[in-house]
Design a binder for this molecule. Structure first.
Ligand code: KG4
Ligand code: ZN
Length: 352
């Protein structure tokens, strides 16, 4: 990939908050070079991300990914106008690898450094596919690490959390249910595939935080722990009775329960706030039922739905560079070189 010289800033983005080492070059809102290394296979036998394994993998992948993204973009690191890095939230040790690398580059190359929020960066990924984000917009983020409903008034400086999961993230629930069904990690894609052969109405699994009382106290929050336990109990009861487990029906009914509550609350947020745009991101966005139900419910409610291509939904460096680029284009001052890695950075801190 290569780009013509324009007035738009060329920004290098670095992502290392979980198990993907992402490095990318973005010019304005155009992705010009993108490299990604994942340590997901190294975590598979543990059934979840092991922080120390992830940190080591970031260390090993950082320089090769910088080289690969640079070659793909046809730019030297020295060509960039700014460097953006995920400074939180995420795994502390993993974040530190990206933040330390970005600081070293900023110092050596004498470039401004922007510490950016990982969740806001997920939302910003969509500008690379669909151009400027309509503001305000409601954003639903669903991945192995997060489940958040956000209202975005300015992607570079004003993101408010409407709600989030009070226990497991949606992807985490997928991974745990997959284990019970004997499917490999990460479980989401396997459940998705199994669900295509099943009946989503076969089993009435619970919808967390949707009772009248919960809708008062946790209107835009999610909960998947009760659903996961309900699936485990249902499967165990079958096994105890010596009956075969209908994996496809369980997968379809579980997926339907997740997609139902995710889209129901996201659409409710749009209608109650009078916002006609919804953006969805995060690895679980790959889910067939979630996509179909979101499309159907948004169409019914007159809401425009934006979903970036899957590679931009999962963790990557492009989303970080895209958000850094928005900050540069708005003339926001850079972060301090003493920028910390903050594992619990609130989403309201778009820039750290
Ligand atoms: O965004 P992501 O790549 O990484 C973070 O967690 O930040 O999301 C990974 C999560 C995993 O839990 C995986 O099981 C889930 O996304 N996932 C899916 C699908 N593809 C990935 N869940 C449901 N259906 C899918 N097709
Ligand atoms: Zn993420």
């Amino acid at each position: 990939m290569s780009d013509a010289t324009t007035d738009e800033p060329l920004v290098l983005g670095i992502e290392s908050s979980c198990d993907e080492t992402g490095v990318a070059f973005v010019r304005g809102t155009t992705l010009v070079g993108d490299a990604l290394a994942s340590s997901v296979d190294e975590h598979a036998r543990f059934g979840g991300v092991v922080p120390e394994v992830a940190s080591r993998a970031h260390l090993e992948s950082m320089i090769p990914m910088l080289e690969r993204a640079s070659a793909e973009a046809g730019h030297r690191l020295d060509d960039v106008d700014a460097i953006a890095v995920t400074s939180g939230p995420g795994l502390a040790g993993a974040l530190m690898v990206g933040v330390a690398s970005a600081k070293a580059l900023a110092l050596c190359l004498d470039k401004p450094l922007y510490g950016v929020n990982h969740l806001a960066a997920h939302v910003c990924a969509d500008v690379l596919d669909h151009g400027p984000l309509p503001e305000p917009t409601v954003a639903l983020l669903v991945s192995g690490g997060h489940t958040n409903l956000l209202v975005v008034r300015d992607i570079a400086s004003d993101v408010e959390e409407l709600g989030s999961t009070i226990d497991d993230a949606a992807g985490e629930a997928y991974d745990k249910v997959a284990r019970v069904l004997g499917l490999p990690y990460p479980g989401g894609p396997h459940i998705d595939r199994a669900a295509r052969e099943g009946d989503p109405e076969a089993i009435a699994f619970p919808r967390g935080l949707t009772s009248r009382k919960d809708m008062e106290r946790h209107r835009f929050d999610y909960s998947f722990s009760g659903l996961k336990t309900a699936v485990v109990r249902w499967v165990e009861a079958r096994e105890r009775a010596g009956e075969p487990v209908p994996v496809a029906d369980v997968a379809a009914s579980f997926s339907h329960a997740v997609a139902d509550v995710l889209t129901r609350k996201a659409v409710l947020a749009c209608t109650e706030l009078g916002i006609s745009d919804l953006q969805i991101g995060g690895g679980v966005t790959a889910n067939t039922q979630l996509r179909e139900l979101a499309e159907k419910r948004c169409a019914e409610a007159g809401i425009r739905l934006r979903v970036p291509r899957i590679r931009l939904c999962t963790d990557n460096g492009a989303m970080v560079a895209a958000l850094g680029s928005q900050m540069v284009m708005r003339g926001l001052p850079p972060s301090d070189l003493a920028l910390p890695a903050d594992s619990s950075l609130p989403v309201s801190s778009v820039q750290a």
